[in-house]
Design a protein around this ligand. Structure first.
Ligand SMILES: [Zn+2]
Length: 345
């Protein structure tokens, strides 16, 4: 590795989602040079692990064709992930139980491969280059189909004894409340996830088939939307007060689908959280800044660190990791760098 000039190095970053696997070549400045996507569960029944092997091999071939040397790869995934061993303890939607993901991928691509937890990796990216810049002590809360958090203390992401730190979606907020798919009752995620908000809105007589985004858009004009949103905010405020007591964060960063509601979520949440905390000031609340790119950025950080090139990560800038180089959109058409629509509320 030491005989390869840094400028010729590239990392492979892969973000495994429930429906789509997103892969990218990321240069030493953190810029995504080439991106690909593949269905997580293809119609032909190819196992997820083999989809990932193919994505890695395809990106490695692309890099070689450009004269670049793959330093390492970072793959982030949901589930109970052991970053130290690269094994996935359990990932319900991916069909993995005590699976040696790193071993499988290193057989497909003989470079250092780092395996990370999707939310912890996204939280590390938000802490370094997003809304958490300079904070050191924060929680990044991903509000998607489910809810999970990355707990960052003293700049380090907490993993826990069984690699399950941050599973705040299953923090009880209403003892004896609604049943959760995890087997418990009253979990945060059955009140405040995107799917929970949509379901509650429908129960209250809202327009059928609405998403949490539709509910956010209807706030102030639709009493069912206001009610469903208020209940989610209350649940989230309870969980946020518990997080505040346990972690004493400087700020809480909210990402995922509901996080994109921005101040429509954060303003009422500030009020509710302030009302729950009597003897201390609440932490600052902020919306995530890296959006859906956080997983890729976190995976690329893991890749360079696994390759012994962690110093390059310290020089990355937010503009670079979110920017795009010129890409050919249609034959003869060059899209200028930086022209990109970011997903914000
Ligand atoms: Zn639960």
């Amino acid at each position: 590795m030491t005989d390869v000039p840094t400028g010729d190095l590239i990392a492979i970053a892969v973000d495994v989602g429930g429906t789509t696997v997103k892969g990218a070549l990321v240069d030493t400045a953190g810029r995504p040079l080439h991106e690909v996507a593949a269905p997580t569960a293809p119609a032909d029944g190819t196992p997820v692990a083999d989809v990932l092997s193919a994505v890695l091999a395809g990106l490695a071939a692309r890099a070689a064709g450009s004269g670049l040397h793959v330093a390492g790869a970072g793959v982030v995934t949901p589930g109970t992930v052991d970053e130290g061993t690269g094994r996935v303890g359990f990932a319900a939607n991916l069909g993995w139980r005590d699976f040696d993901l790193r071993g499988h991928l290193e057989r497909a691509l003989p470079v250092p491969v780092a395996v990370g937890h999707d939310v912890r990796a996204a939280g590390a990216a938000e802490a370094l280059l997003g809304a958490g810049r300079g904070a050191g002590d924060l929680a990044f809360v991903a509000l998607g189909t489910g809810i999970a958090a990355a707990l960052v203390t003293g700049g380090a992401v907490v993993t826990g004894a069984t690699r399950a730190a941050g599973e705040i979606g299953h923090m009880p907020v209403h003892p004896g409340g609604r049943h959760c798919s995890c087997g418990q009752q009253g979990c945060l995620e059955v009140y405040a996830s995107g799917s929970a908000v949509a379901r509650r809105y429908a129960e209250l007589g809202g327009r059928p088939g609405s998403t949490a985004g539709d509910v956010a858009a209807a706030l102030g004009t639709d009493p069912a939307a206001d009610q469903a949103w208020h209940e989610a905010v209350q649940a989230l405020a309870l969980a946020s007060s518990t997080l505040t007591m346990a972690l004493d964060p400087a700020l809480l960063v909210f990402g995922g689908g509901l996080g994109r509601a921005g101040e429509r979520l954060l303003a009422p949440l500030r009020r509710e959280l302030g009302g729950l905390l009597a003897w201390r000031a609440p932490p600052r609340l902020a919306a995530a800044e890296l959006g859906q790119d956080a997983g890729r950025v976190g995976a690329a950080m893991l890749a360079y660190r696994a390759a012994g090139q962690g110093a390059v990560v310290e020089r990355w800038t937010t503009a670079d990791v979110l920017g795009r180089p010129p890409v050919v959109a249609e034959p003869g058409t060059v899209v200028p760098a930086g022209r990109r629509v970011r997903e914000e509320s």
